[in-house]
Design a protein around this ligand. Structure first.
Ligand code: NAD
Length: 480
């Protein structure tokens, strides 16, 4: 059976304990590879390697760092097919989705920050004829990057790329649920000639490897993407150590459909924003609010289109919904469907696991699920489900839908469908979320600030924000 290795000090290494975790293919429900069950000893080795690599990497010209990172981006691009298949097997997503969106986006992430660093500048503040201030922005040192299982290589590179481009060395931990593409990525780092120790990837459990990274006194920056509960635990440990923190956490995003919307577009994109990647995208719109005059019409069209989505083997091109990433998550999503029923919801579509034939018979598949008739403030409508499950709720006025949309502890993303400019601006201003999409969904410009309000996170990723996060500022004031 294939053994995944840690990537420490430029080489592929076994965990010091020699212990491994079983890595499961969720579409067949069976172990298909082994993931290092690393611990704080491996994190310490990774830290020491990163610390030793820091002086040279941080002093290298931005142009030379950029060249190495661009080579890495090229290598990912050359290996898109292999990486997409690996991502699909590891995570359960349709392979075409990985090929079309996620792996190319990993290339873009690295390309974007590798070129951005060549244009990154800092400010100066003149005090007229008697003084000038200039702000230095320098790499910080060894930083920790921890990522989740839903978009494995995409989110991993989204953190690592700006950290490395800015001149830091990294100790990174991918999710133990989906370690494969981070491992394949480490092979590409070696091929690209990334100097040893600059990036170290330690595989294993959150409670062992992740917590050792967060608690390490030498790692003064933590960039984390994952659940809100884990984010709170990381903040609890990191805050008294005065670590710089970026937390990208959960969401429960509203998708608001006004009667004057472009109906066909709103329906088609709502199907995508509900069920892409089995609904396992933090930006999916899981609460659909529909203006009353078109509620029944939208409901019928939305159900019809969703019904047509084939749940199947992720490796087949006509599969629209693949496997849920793990047994644990599969049980959690089904538990929420039961809760919705208990809370009085009516299941309009799905609401059950899907049993496939052949080798997929034990895979973790759930039918796209549409529920109506729930109060906007019941648990089903307030808690993150993170699966192919959405609720439909009618509304009458803008104020009413704003109250419902803003009712959760989360504030990551929102989508609004309207052809009325005033409505669009009003909603964009009043919705409490870090991202608002009007008449589109998941349209991303990597220069824009990415992140959430309230319990969806702290800080923003993307563009200059990310490079600022991964650098230390120092103001120098010179009196003439
Ligand atoms: P998770 O919080 O369980 O795990 C995320 C990562 O943290 C994993 O690598 C895990 O091993 C590690 N971890 C777990 N406990 C830790 C600890 N005590 N200390 C340090 N690290 C620890 O999240 P998940 O289930 O992997 O991912 C799903 C969640 O991620 C959802 O809530 C989703 O909304 C969120 N998410 C957010 C964004 C965003 O950009 N805001 C993007 C993707 C996913």
């Amino acid at each position: 059976m294939q053994k995944i290795a840690n990537y420490i000090d430029g080489s592929l290494q076994e965990p010091t304990s020699n212990n491994y975790l079983e890595n499961i293919n969720p579409a067949i429900g069976k172990v298909y590879s082994l993931c290092p069950d690393s611990d704080e000893t491996d994190v310490e080795l990774a830290y020491q390697a990163a610390k030793a690599a820091f002086p040279e990497w941080s002093n290298m010209s931005a142009n030379n760092r950029s060249k190495i990172l661009l080579k890495l981006a090229d290598l990912i691009e050359q290996n898109i097919d292999k990486l997409a298949i690996a991502e699909s097997i590891d995570q359960g997503k349709p392979v075409w989705l990985a090929k079309l969106g996620e792996i190319p986006r990993a290339v873009e992430n690295i390309h974007f920050f590798a070129t951005a660093i060549e244009h990154f500048a800092s400010e100066s503040h003149s005090m007229g004829s008697h003084a000038i201030n200039y702000t230095l922005r320098t790499p910080i040192g060894v930083v920790g990057c921890i990522s989740p299982w839903n978009l494995p290589l995409y989110l991993f590179t989204w953190k690592i790329a700006p950290a490395l481009a800015a001149g830091n060395c990294v100790v990174a931990k991918p999710s133990e649920v989906t370690p494969m593409t981070a491992y394949l990525f480490s092979e590409l780092c070696i091929e690209a000639g990334l100097p040893k120790g600059v990036l170290n990837i330690v595989h294993g459990l959150g409670g062992k490897v992740g917590s050792a990274i967060v608690a390490h006194p030498g790692i003064s920056v933590i960039s984390f993407t994952g659940g809100t509960k884990t984010g709170a635990e990381i903040a609890r440990v990191a805050a008294p150590m005065f670590k710089k923190l970026s937390l990208e956490l959960g969401g429960k995003n509203p998708n608001i459909i006004f009667a004057d919307c472009n109906f066909d577009k709103a329906v088609a994109e709502s199907v995508r924003s509900s069920f892409s990647n089995q609904g396992e995208i933090c930006l999916c719109g899981s609460r659909i609010f529909i203006e009353k005059p078109i509620y029944e019409k939208f409901k019928a069209a939305f159900i019809e289109k969703s019904k047509a989505m084939k749940v199947g083997n992720p490796l087949l091109d006509d599969t629209k919904i693949g496997a849920i990433a793990s047994q644990l998550h599969f049980d959690k999503v089904l538990g929420y469907i039961d809760l919705a029923k208990e809370e009085g919801g009516t299941i309009l579509l799905g609401g059950h696991p899907v049993k496939l034939d052949g080798e997929n018979a034990d895979g973790y598949f759930i039918a796209p699920t549409i529920i109506e008739g729930l109060a906007y403030n019941c648990r089903t409508n307030l808690e993150e489900i993170f699966g192919p499950v959405v609720t439909l709720t009618p509304f009458e006025t803008q104020e009413e839908v704003l109250e419902m949309a803003n009712a959760t502890q989360y504030g990551l993303a929102a989508t609004v469908w309207t052809e009325n400019l005033n409505t669009a601006h009003h909603m964009a201003a009043q919705i409490k979320s870090g991202i608002v999409w009007i008449n589109c969904w998941l349209l991303r410009d990597l220069r824009t600030p990415f992140g959430g309000m309230k319990q969806s996170g702290v800080g923003r990723e993307g563009g200059w924000e990310a490079l600022r996060f991964f650098t230390e500022q120092k103001n120098v004031c010179i009196k003439f």
